[in-house]
Design a protein. Structure first.
Lengths: 149, 166
């Protein structure tokens, strides 16, 4: 990848190591989310790990490098869309079974990846929401400069 | 953890103080892990790292003068008396609590026995927070959404101009 902001961020050593570690952190977050109903973890912890991978990239390369590739408007809307989808899941449950946020899919077979009805789906929505939200908070705090005087 | 929190209050350098806050959080995470709650330990661990990063970014470059606290004798005596009375009262309160591992609430037994069959989720913690107690999770997500809304509103660069600014 071409880096248009070579003077920002940390030293060359940190940047080279970051290139290897950031994908591992991101994939570990996704693993925790997808296996949330089988092993410890879930949408919340996985979302924070996904946000931490973006934070890692921001700390090593500087915020302009990340913001050149990631659309801030897309992150804002992804977060809002995930919040809407959680409520929509609840409304579908209300329509199908009569209770808000009820499990409208089948239970499935225990100990398999595609089981537990709507729990993996909710995990993924919560992951997107928490990850994007926490990174946006970090971004706004990092780009905030108090005015003089 | 107690040593870390005392050191956090006493250290004059702000960066070392933030790092001791991180030590307190990681100690709490280890405590969760040894009590048999890996879910909580994971969340606590990850959040502590994020908190330390944000605190360092926010405070490390600012030059904040740390004022030495003057300790008044009557205030210290009042604080010690109140803490001692709370300690003595809490001894009486803890006698009435049920012992560890024997909860009063009967619904926990049903969760342990039936969660796998009813929800199809192997991880019972996930089964509880995303199936039996989804309203809780929805409220938590709403709290996070509101926090992000506040951060964006306060910290954005360009304020929205008033229409009748002329």
């Amino acid at each position: 990848m071409q880096n248009n902001f070579p003077n920002e961020g940390m030293s060359v050593i940190v940047k080279t190591i970051t290139r290897f570690t950031v994908w591992l952190i991101f994939l570990y977050g996704l693993y925790i989310v997808i296996h949330g109903h089988l092993s410890p973890g879930g949408g919340f912890a996985g979302g924070v790990i996904v946000a931490l991978s973006f934070v890692h990239l921001t700390l090593a390369y500087g915020k302009n490098f990340v913001m050149e590739r990631v659309n801030k408007f897309a992150m804002n809307s992804l977060e809002a869309i995930a919040a809407i989808l959680i409520v929509l899941t609840g409304l579908v449950g209300l329509y199908v079974t009569g209770y808000f946020l009820a499990n409208f899919m089948g239970v499935g077979k225990l100990y398999t990846l595609l089981s537990a009805g709507y729990i993996p789906m909710l995990n993924i929505f919560i992951c997107v929401k928490v990850g994007m939200g926490l990174y946006l908070v970090f971004y706004y705090l990092a780009s905030f400069k108090p005015k003089e005087g | 953890m107690i040593i870390g929190s005392i050191a956090c209050l006493e250290i004059k350098n702000i960066l070392s103080s933030i790092i001791t806050i991180g030590v307190v959080g990681l100690g709490l995470s280890l405590a969760f892990l040894f009590l048999g709650a890996p879910d909580l330990a994971l969340v606590q661990f990850v959040f502590e790292i994020l908190c330390v990063i944000i605190l360092i970014r926010a405070f490390a470059k600012r030059s904040i003068e740390v004022r030495a606290l003057r300790r008044d004798v009557p205030e210290t005596i009042i604080a010690i008396v109140i803490l001692a009375s709370i300690f003595v009262l809490s001894i009486f309160a803890f006698k009435d609590l049920p012992s560890f591992g024997k909860p009063i609430v009967r619904v926990a037994e049903r969760y342990l026995a039936q969660a796998g069959v009813e929800t199809g989720s192997q991880n019972i913690v996930t089964a509880v927070i995303l199936n039996y107690r989804v309203y809780d999770t929805l409220g938590e997500v709403t709290v996070l959404f509101t926090a992000i809304l506040g951060a964006v509103t306060i910290l954005r660069k360009t304020g929205r101009k008033k229409r009748h600014a002329e």
